[in-house]
Design a protein around this ligand. Structure first.
Ligand code: CP
Ligand code: NVA
Length: 308
């Protein structure tokens, strides 16, 4: 049985298999062909943080695959009152067929997976957001940017930046990450990526120079400067991220056919300007739609591997 906790746990071939499956399922969905890939299966969806895209994509996705999703907000289940993750996992995983969790510390997700009888999917932790990256890469393929791909990530060295590190180092493309000083990616995760890059041939560049990172990039991406749980640091962060907004001047440094991606929600005037967000290079809503298709691909793939 496989879980979907970080992209680090997959080979390049496995990631490509999931992407191909996601694209196939998308084509079927677009024709309103809904095959019962997961008949009568129940997906438990535990949310310790807010969500629009992750909730709607998983809940819609499992329904379209023949199953049903259970939305379990931590404030409504006993987890929110202190029932341990290990107990929650042993109970829920005896009743449902798959679980998706959005939580804070990555170790909480790992603990749940350790005790689970069914596949567990990371719906975002403080360290990683792997399901998002599958949708992002699907969008890159659809936009014809997967050849000679150079991704520039400008902003916070957060869960998204870490997931880009895993994706690039597994698939073997060039990734440049520019963060303000003090907001760099975690060293341990960077070192892991550099290790994978040796095998895949990925080029990973990490610095504090957004303009250099964006130069001739074919994909420019960013994320909020204030992730969930960091609300108290907003004022300080906004000051320290000055110069990291992806605006028209920044986009002009990228390849002329570059696309702009953002996992959303986006905060205009902070990490991205209104003009870039609404501009013709922006593919953020194609990317958001792909969350549905990618989530379906991941669930079908995990189900196929259930007995491995
Ligand atoms: N991008 C993303 O995960 O969005 P939500 O927080 O709305 O799920
Ligand atoms: N980095 C953001 C992503 C939101 C989808 C957060 O963790 O809040």
């Amino acid at each position: 049985m496989k879980h979907f906790l970080t992209l680090a746990d997959f080979t390049k071939e496995e990631l490509e298999e999931i992407l191909a499956l996601s694209i196939k399922v998308k084509q079927e969905t677009k024709q309103r062909i809904f095959k019962d890939y997961l008949p009568k299966q129940v997906l438990g969806m535990i949310f310790e943080k807010s969500s629009t895209r992750t909730r709607v994509s998983f809940e819609t996705g499992i329904y379209q695959l023949g199953g049903v999703g259970l939305f379990l907000s931590s404030s409504d289940i006993q987890l929110g009152r202190g029932e341990p993750m290990s107990d929650t996992s042993r109970v829920i995983s005896r009743m449902v067929d798959m679980v998706m969790i959005r939580t804070f510390a990555h170790s909480k997700l790992e603990e749940f997976a350790q005790y689970s009888k069914v596949p567990v999917i990371n719906g975002l932790t403080d360290d990683f957001h792997p399901v998002q990256l599958m949708a992002d890469y699907m969008t890159i393929i659809e936009e014809g940017k997967d050849k000679d791909l150079v991704v520039a990530y400008v902003g916070d060295g957060n869960n998204l930046a870490h997931s880009w590190l895993m994706l690039a180092s597994k698939l073997g493309f060039e990734l440049r990450i520019a963060t303000p000083k003090g907001y760099e990616v975690k060293e341990e995760i960077l070192n892991k990526a550099l290790g994978f890059a040796k095998e895949s041939g990925a080029k990973i560049i990490v610095n504090n120079n957004p303009k250099e990172a964006v130069k001739n990039a074919t994909v420019v991406t960013t994320d909020t400067w204030v992730s969930m749980g960091q609300e108290d640091e907003k004022e300080k962060r906004v000051k320290e991220f000055e110069g990291y907004i992806v605006d028209e001047a920044m986009m002009a440094l990228a390849h002329k056919d570059a696309i702009f991606l953002h996992c959303l929600p986006a905060y205009r005037g902070y990490e991205v300007s209104e003009a870039v967000f609404e501009g013709s290079q922006s593919k953020v809503f194609e990317e958001a739609e792909n969350r549905l298709h990618a989530q379906k691909g991941i669930m079908v793939w995990l189900n196929e591997k259930r007995n491995d």
